[in-house]
Design a protein around this ligand. Structure first.
Ligand SMILES: [Zn+2]
Ligand SMILES: [Zn+2]
Length: 188
């Protein structure tokens, strides 16, 4: 078993946080890191005590859900609330930040932004990151790092498929099973 890299570790943490999101439109997670320590985390959700989109539906205005605070802002606000400096810190986020979050990230003194997926990358956000000297680094999450038995499962699946081939299934059914297996193991 290989030791997980820091980038994968923090990116995995952001993906875990995204699973706490309360807005079904997009589930985002963000982790703020300084000196290889997690100092804050956030996901997109409602203001504390407010109804969740998951329960009451989104409040969509101009094609945006206005009920939620974005993950990146929630993480930055957590630092503000507890008096934790963000100057020189790094941010790991599941999706490329929107333009509003990008402005706050820069203004909070974040030095580097690691994102797992491109998401409607706003050209103005890219421009201001560049001007501010904030590094943007794409780090895709390798889901295999989260599953200690990934290789064993893959090996067993391949073995089972080989056995199945001997079972004389209709060709169409066999192709369908192969397709399903491939889509599970190559899902991003
Ligand atoms: Zn929503
Ligand atoms: Zn945002």
């Amino acid at each position: 078993m290989e030791r997980i890299s820091w980038d994968q570790y923090f990116m995995a943490q952001s993906h875990l946080l995204s699973m706490r999101s309360t807005c079904p439109r997009l589930m985002v997670g963000a982790t703020i890191v300084r000196d290889k320590r997690i100092i804050a985390g956030g996901y997109n959700g409602s203001v504390s005590g407010e109804a969740h989109c998951l329960d009451d539906g989104c409040m969509v205005v101009d094609n945006h859900c206005i009920r939620t605070i974005h993950a990146e802002i929630n993480a930055l606000l957590q630092c503000a609330k507890f008096g934790v400096p963000t100057e020189g810190a790094e941010l790991y986020v599941t999706h490329f930040p929107c333009v509003h979050c990008s402005k706050s990230i820069i203004q909070a003194g974040i030095q580097r932004v690691y994102y797992a997926k491109e998401y409607k990358n706003n050209p103005y956000a890219e421009q201001i990151f560049k001007v501010a000297g904030v590094e943007l680094i794409e780090v895709e999450l390798d889901e295999a790092v989260l599953d200690r038995h990934y290789q064993d499962k893959l090996n067993l699946t391949v073995l089972l498929l080989k056995e199945l081939e001997k079972a004389d299934l209709p060709e169409e059914r066999m192709q369908e099973l192969l397709k399903q297996t491939r889509s599970i193991y190559t899902k991003a």
